[in-house]
Design a protein around this ligand. Structure first.
Ligand code: ZN
Length: 342
């Protein structure tokens, strides 16, 4: 098959489009023909070596995949060749202490499609059959490939971890990102009010169309001041943060007493300082979270079908132009999701 892979770490120029080993399903696995694959920020960390692929190089990125079943291994039931599916990207062992507690995202043997094994920047990809969800006819492959990482992570962060309630106020960082555009919609769906940030004025309209009440260009305005003003000096109930560094440090200051700070990524840097006085004196909760459950992904698909949530898609690039697609994201030119299609 053809795939877009890399043999050494670096920028988009390290991505090669060429022949690659065909995935063969073993017992309990399925091979999916990729019809759409999302480009994700974690792909950039894998590519540049900040998060080196655990299985080594060469490596195929791509954790968000929708497609059709191509072949199944032994002992796989309920999947037919040609069936439309979306792949839940998290792998867990099912038997460690945390899996047994029902907390599979912190499994001691946890892994991601496209990180701990080859992903969907390819014509074919292999995954455990249990990770395949039927894709409703009403949803396109492109729409489905835009949600399994970013929208699922935002859902789990807001609904499950932060327990967002109607009437609460939420600060969502980076409305133009997959996580940001999802979090705004999910907070609104839960009946909360949203203030969000953008890095350029041309993203303001998008943020408002998703339901944000207040949009702040963080390059020209202080988002902490804006959040304080918007809430009548009170501060927000929940912050959804995935940038790190100064954004992390400043975001904490936007919270009200008993507020919840949810960190779901470190797209700029893995580090961030915390003013501990704010944490203990205001009884803040700092919550780390990653991905979500396959059941939550199914709930998201239902909301997409009903039109209550929508994936924000910037554009699709052909797989052979994966290098250009990655550069487009690295240059932050995208408004929403960038996809690869055959
Ligand atoms: Zn486990």
């Amino acid at each position: 098959m053809k795939a877009a892979f890399f043999k050494e770490h670096g920028g988009a120029d390290k991505i090669l489009y060429d022949d690659y080993r065909d995935p063969a399903p073993v017992a309990g696995e399925a091979v999916v023909r990729v019809r759409a694959c999302g480009v994700n920020h974690v792909d950039m960390l894998l590519l540049d070596g900040r998060f080196p692929p655990p299985e080594g190089l060469p490596h195929v990125n791509g954790c968000e995949v929708a497609g059709t079943v191509e072949a199944v291994g032994d002992r796989v039931k309920g999947l037919e060749p040609g069936q439309r599916v979306v792949i839940f990207p998290g792998f867990s062992c099912g038997s460690c202490e945390y899996c047994l507690r029902g907390e599979r995202t912190v499994c001691v043997r946890y892994g991601y499609l496209g990180a701990h094994r080859d992903g969907g920047y390819a014509e074919l990809v292999k995954a455990p059959a249990a990770n395949l969800l039927p894709l409703p006819d009403a949803l396109s492959f492109e729409a489905a490939a835009a949600v399994p990482m970013a929208m699922l992570t935002s859902w789990h962060a807001l609904v499950t971890q932060a327990d967002v309630r109607p009437g609460q106020t939420v600060l969502v960082q980076a409305a133009g990102s997959g996580v940001g555009s999802s979090a705004i919609q999910i907070a609104r769906l839960a009946g909360a009010r949203v203030i969000t940030t953008v890095g350029s004025d041309d993203k303001i309209e998008l943020a408002k169309s998703l339901g944000a009440e207040r949009v702040v260009n963080y390059r020209t305005h202080d988002f902490v001041e804006a959040a304080k003003e918007w809430t009548g000096k009170r501060g927000v109930d929940i912050v959804i943060e995935h940038i790190g560094g100064e954004t992390f440090e400043r975001s904490v200051l936007a919270l009200t007493r008993l507020g919840k700070f949810v960190t779901i990524g470190s797209h700029d840097t893995h580090w961030g300082r915390l003013d501990l006085r704010h944490v203990y004196s205001k009884n803040l909760r700092v919550i780390g979270t990653n991905l979500g459950s396959i059941l939550e992904l199914r709930a998201i698909l239902d909301h997409l079908v009903a039109g209550r949530l929508r994936p924000v898609i910037d554009r699709a690039f052909p797989l052979r132009d994966a290098r250009a697609a990655v550069q487009h994201v690295l240059d932050r030119k995208n408004k929403g999701k960038v996809l690869l299609t055959p």
